[in-house]
Write a protein that binds this ligand. Structure first.
Ligand code: 2AM
Ligand code: CA
Length: 260
């Protein structure tokens, strides 16, 4: 697994470096408004191409599921790629975005890498091998419940805004029960912050597999819980995420349940 992890790290750094090179030119980017609140920029495509090329150089037969270019069939190794998680932040020069790469082998998550190019922080995980930040082992927080907890979230956006009224009731409940709520804007990074104990818990609706696959492995390997907030499948399928340190996860689920 170490060789695959090394490949993932190299590719994630290339993707992140590509994004940083564009960041200085963000004002001149060709930003097409595909739909409300949704932007696809040159940088997503450039970063994704750099990532896929870097992995293919080493593993020409692996498959890809990538945010910008979709499915590239391959063998039983599937890379799940988000070249720029936090695109809206990036396009505003708001320095919270990341590259997220996960490797599934026959449907099982084996490797996860999330790279934050602004802070140059690298989160890595392998199944059974723990989670690391810049090579040092990370663990979820030891917080025993919601009291004093810091909780991350993301707002419902265009394609899932039917959740908005219920979401706002949830937000109020969480604000009243905890030390605070943060909405940084990169779900991949939010999940890593849960893994590292910087956040005690997290919830968001309507995410895609490429936003969360690496973060899901990161949290599990850091001793945390991550699951679907709604019935009807695994979290990678529903995209409705609840995560946290074990006791925070449990308490957050109980707090949100009446609003679902
Ligand atoms: P993205 O930047 O790759 O689109 C923020 O709430 C999270 O939701 C991010 O991980 C973001 O990933 C994801 N997301 C997906 N579609 C989105 C949209 N239309 N608007 C805002 N965030 C979106
Ligand atoms: Ca994303």
């Amino acid at each position: 697994m170490q060789a695959l992890l090394n490949t993932a790290v190299k590719a994630a750094r290339k993707g992140g470096d590509t994004a940083l090179r564009y960041l200085n030119r963000v004002a001149d980017l060709d930003v097409r408004s595909k739909a409300r609140n949704e932007f696809v920029s040159q940088v997503d495509h450039a970063a994704e191409a750099a990532i896929i090329e870097s992995i293919r150089e080493r593993y020409p037969h692996h498959g890809f599921l990538a945010e910008e270019s979709g499915t590239h069939p391959g063998n039983e190794y599937l890379w799940i790629v988000d070249p720029l998680d936090g695109t809206t932040n990036f396009l505003h020069g708001f320095p919270v975005f990341s590259v997220s790469l996960a490797l599934q082998v026959r449907g099982q998550l084996e490797v996860g890498v999330v790279y934050d190019p602004c802070r140059q922080e690298l989160f890595t995980a392998t199944r059974g091998g723990g989670a690391q930040l810049d090579g040092r082992r990370i663990r979820v927080s030891a917080r025993p419940g919601l009291d004093g907890a810091l909780i991350g979230t993301g707002f419902p956006f265009r394609s899932n805004d039917e959740w908005l009224p219920k979401y706002l009731a949830m937000l109020q409940a969480v604000m009243e029960a905890t030390a605070g709520v943060r909405r940084p804007g990169s779900a991949a990074l939010d999940l890593c912050y849960v893994a590292a104990g910087r956040l005690d818990g997290f919830w968001e609706f309507g995410l895609h597999a490429w936003d969360i696959a690496a973060g899901v492995l990161m949290i599990r390997e850091a001793g945390g819980m991550v699951a679907s907030l709604t019935p009807g499948g695994e979290v990678l399928d529903t995209g409705n995420v609840i995560a946290g340190a074990p006791k925070v996860h449990e308490a957050l689920r109980a707090l949100l349940a009446p609003h679902l």
